[in-house]
Design a protein around this ligand. Structure first.
Ligand SMILES: [Fe+2]
Ligand SMILES: [Fe+2]
Length: 397
């Protein structure tokens, strides 16, 4: 490459550099001294000498969460063609058009019907007004939860160490924003009033948002996302709600994040076992139980037993908490027995002729692909074994 070099004065360059070196030394020393005295020095947790955030590169976290999120990134325009989202690129639209031209006439008429058909009319055909109201009441729980997930993940982004973990949290912020706006659009299409948050949920989400530091990961990525994962798994097989299968895949990644993060930056023994922290976690998770009874009637309208859903959900959340190392005062087995006993007591008091059984062994995730994702997340394989969207060889995590 040929450039016409512009002549400059070497002495001026040397002088400019000397001045910069002096200014740099003063600024950095001032911030170092302030930090040493416990005052605010440099605010950014960033090491420009190493071109890295404090904590190092954490490439494994980056590959497991950031890279995987981008591989599985989905667009609302492609999956909710009836909505007013326009988030596909020109190439994506072109690819879709090419794929559609290759369809047989029967296949293309099915696609065209989906595209042009009135989504709201389809909902009216598939659901009675009472069923539509029930779907909206149940899903709005998660709709409000997505708003808090967006807020909380944006704060956790500034709490984690390393480049890889920040990249992972950045993708979570993006996905929570997408979950909130897409779910909102989906719920509005049901043309039913969207209820406010119930008091128990308000308590759970506000306390999660107000948690300090990485304790937010317990309230959000373990409890709230465990709840969301279970609800998406519960409803993704219903007509018009197929897109929830994609939400489910995203939430599977989010629930695995604390385990992967603490594998690289472990909690101290005290952070995990501090009795006050354990009590706080227990008191944070307990309001999730009455939420189930608040939506019991809506779940029943859709043929779902609230206690079965609660049992399936509790088993997963307790497993996640245990695996990450978030102690909650009682052992996992004790909590499982306590919850099973509570569900049975509740049913004995409210259901004539009820025969006792184990709700904690129930499984309410319906779609086989969602079941496969959960088997991998909750099984021995962990998140690495979660399949990507689409076919093709899986890149090494
Ligand atoms: Fe979400
Ligand atoms: Fe999430």
């Amino acid at each position: 490459m040929q450039f016409d070099v512009i002549p400059i004065q070497p002495e001026a360059t040397r002088r400019n550099r000397r001045i910069e070196e002096g200014v740099n030394r003063v600024l950095r020393s001032y911030d170092r001294v302030r930090s040493g005295l416990g005052m605010q020095g440099r605010k950014a947790p960033y090491d420009d000498d190493r071109y890295e955030f404090l904590g190092g590169p954490s490439d494994t976290l980056r590959k497991r969460h950031y890279d995987k999120s981008l591989r599985n990134l989905w667009k609302a325009e492609a999956h909710l063609p009836w909505s007013d989202f326009a988030d596909c690129s020109a190439q994506e639209r072109q690819l879709r058009d090419v794929a559609e031209r290759a369809l047989t006439s029967t296949e293309s008429s099915a696609v065209a019907r989906m595209r042009q058909g009135d989504f709201k009319a389809m909902l009216d055909r598939e659901y009675t007004p009472a069923q539509k109201r029930a779907v909206v009441n149940i899903l709005s729980l998660i709709g409000h939860g997505e708003a808090y997930a967006w807020l909380v993940s944006a704060e956790v982004l500034n709490e984690v160490k390393s480049t890889g973990a920040r990249a992972a949290l950045t993708m979570q912020v993006l996905e929570e924003a997408k979950h909130f706006v897409v779910l909102r659009e989906l719920l509005l299409a049901f043309d039913m009033p969207i209820p406010r948050m119930c008091g128990w949920e308000y308590l759970l989400l506000e306390r999660t948002y107000k948690s300090t530091g990485l304790e937010k990961l317990f309230g959000m990525n373990v409890v709230v996302e465990g709840f969301a994962l279970s609800l998406f798994g519960l409803l993704a097989h219903l007509p018009g709600l197929e897109v929830l299968g994609l939400f489910h895949l995203d939430e599977a990644r989010h629930t695995a994040l604390p385990k992967n993060y603490f594998a690289e930056f472990p909690m101290t023994w005290w952070e995990s076992h501090d009795p006050r922290a354990q009590l706080r976690r227990l008191s944070l998770v307990l309001p999730a139980v009455p939420v189930l009874f608040w939506i019991e009637e809506d779940l029943a309208t859709l043929g779902i037993d609230a206690c079965e859903f609660g049992g399936s959900l509790a088993r997963k959340v307790l497993l996640l908490a245990d695996r990450v190392g978030f102690k909650v005062g009682l052992s996992r087995g004790q909590l499982e027995r306590l919850l099973d006993w509570s569900f049975n007591r509740y049913c004995k008091a409210t259901r004539p002729g009820f025969v006792g059984r184990s709700f904690l062994s129930a499984e309410t995730t319906r779609r086989p692909d969602a079941q496969a994702v959960e088997r991998e997340v909750f099984g021995a394989g962990g998140l690495d074994a979660v399949p990507d969207l689409g076919a093709g060889p899986r890149p090494r995590a």
